[in-house]
Design a protein around this ligand. Sequence first.
Ligand code: C2E
Ligand code: CA
Ligand code: CA
Length: 788
Amino acid sequence: MSPATDAPQSQSPLSYRIFDAMVLGFGLLILASDATNLLRDGWSVPWLHLLTIPLIVLIARFPLVLDVAGGGIEIGFDSCVLMFLICTLPPHEAMMLWSLGVVASQLTNDKRADSKRFNIGVGIIGGAVATMVITGLRGDTLSTPRELFAVAVGAACYFATDFLVTAVSIVLEEKSSLRKQVQQPGTALAVACFVPFDSLGYLGAVVLRFGAWWMIVLLAVPLVTMLIATRAVTRGREHARRLSVLFDAAVRTQTLTETRQVAEALLEDARRLLQLSRVEIRPFAPESNEIGVELSDGQREQWIVAPLHHRARSTGAADQQALEALGAVASDAFARLRLTDEMTHLARHDVLTNLPNRALLLDRVEHALRNSRRHGRRIALLFCDLDGFKQVNDRFGHAAGDAVLVEVAQRLTSCVRDTDTVARLGGDEFAILLEDVQPDQVDAACERILAALRPSANVAGRQLPLSTSIGVALGDTGRSAEHLLRNADMAMYEAKSLGKDRWVKYQPSLGRSRVRHLELVEALRAAVDAGELRLAYQPVVQLQTGRIVGVEALARWTSGGVPVPPDVFIGAAEESGLVVALGDLVFDLVAADASMLREAAGGALTVGVNISAQQLREPTFVSKVEETMAQMPGVDLILEITERDFVDNDSMALEAMARLSDEGVPFAIDDFGVGFSSIGYLQHMPVKILKIDRSFLVDIDSDERSCGLLRSIMMMGQALGLDVVVEGVERATQVEHLRDHVVETGATTFAQGYLLHRPMPLGEVVEVIRSNSDLRELVLPAPERTSA
Ligand code: C2E
Ligand code: CA
Ligand code: CA
């Protein structure tokens, strides 16, 4: 009998080792005394009995294995041979053959060395006990019921000795309770099998006494049957045990949350499953004397490997199968963990750029803030917002917008150290957390980022212009991550309003200006909703005659009694998307004023309305214009769009322009000459009028080259068949220069400017139109008059 597990024994307690040594020592003592007796009395063992040694080895291979949680024992039925020997040989000879058999079977099994030693000791001691009990009980009465009784008691004593000594050893080794060991389930079964089995040995002795020696061979039939039955029982129990271990493992792995934990549990379960301590997880496949399965944890190649053993309880094939089942359980758990990992990653990262998202950034900032307070390290949070990204999206579509964002993410990441965090907050907003930085390093990082984002992005063969505005909040300006981010955001807005493509550091005063900005937007929204905007009209005159040919409608807004400059509120409206509603209101106001304007003009009159590109992209824009035109018969609408806004790639806007142009609505390019578009687009755009930006007029009366430049722009416009309007005529000397050096004789040119007419309310402008006052002394002599 022996412990059934191959448990690790590196730190076996001293008491256990002493006990085991005593068991072996005692056994060897018995063996030595038998040997001396034999040397003295002589050795007369018949040859047939020598076969009992291999028989012992053979039968020991078929033990009954009793398992309980945490350990178990094996019971060999080889003691039936002991009974045969005791009943057919003198005690010393019987003991000698038995002891040799025990030694042989232990030397040929693959148990641990200390188990072998212990089993040799126990086997010999048990043999001696059985020999004494049987010879004592039967006396001289051979082949009587008394002898049978003696054998039964001897067998029971052998079992008890073996069982108890083994139990004590296990108790000492595992420091468990003896009661638990003795009351193992299956002990009764073992006793019930053991005594009849050992009686088989006695049967052999009786056959030898009364029959011919060869009749013993007949005993092979019950012997083999019983051994097969034992093995079936052992394997059946083992099978059930393995199923329960696998079930436990499957349930347990479901609760684990880390790959490492799963691997550890797996290893432990595999050891329990196979009851082998030499199971390992390693990066290479099993070798020839090993079994194993590959585990896929999704990261690296891993194998769980155990030594190949053929044991009473199982075979290598069964062990392999068990490992495979366990491997499947583990793969499942790994897959579940991977999925959870992916989900947590998704929850904390931006799908498009794979950068950390707002939540993860805030976590890191919070953490960095705590660290910086503890260790006095400075941090900085940068809020980056791309300039004009909305246009990229609107003009080139979302796929192009996405490509730009991915490119921006890469450029930003390349600007900072690995320890810094680049996050995407959403849309075209990014944030960068710089940890452990000096103020001058922050400045340098901002410059680096601006420079890195300035080159245009190449998306599907097109160069898309890029730039960014950055707001910086240093760690000591915010109490919490949210607070710091808000401050950086505010500084970014300041950078935008200072003209974009720059960085601004947060200061408390920014907060106030940002609040004012937000208040402005809210007030504007309310004013637009309530229709509280007014229009001013600035006449457009024909330069040669000075006659008013049209007016330009300009939005005016008075907030709390104070007029707000159009550049300010139009800018705020564009930024907040309010410009669409504002534009609709302007159309309504123009439509309402149209009849008075027409009446005053008494003939043809154009009304220019400024629109922004955002309006052109509204699906309802075309119908809004049609509706407005229907309400103003006799007045010709002109739509002015600034060159900066100009949409040479925006299919939605182009379509709207083409439709309206087909319906006879002329488009004017406003502020021509200062935008970034190339002039090539003029050829195939539905444009009728060019309004040359006033910056081209500023110096014409003092600088010859400006004169030349303006002249060539005008000639180009006229060559393309466009009407040309010069804006910002403020001084009479500008008119002189226009007349003498710029305007080609005979080319009709229009002008707008404070010198001619200021923008004015409807009531005034109708008067001006009605009188159509004579500006002749200011304007060019009419061509007819020059030639006359
Ligand atoms: P804009 O379309 O170029 O309008 C002409 C601007 O030049 C007007 O400024 C006008 O008052 C000013 N101006 C006219 N003559 C002179 C001059 O001789 N010297 C100088 N220095 N300025 C002159 P305003 O009214 O301040 O409008 C500014 C801009 O706001 C406009 O520029 C236009 O782009 C925008 N805007 C005005 N009303 C609307 C509107 O209803 N919708 C949209 N989308 N934009 C508008
Ligand atoms: Ca205009
Ligand atoms: Ca203009």
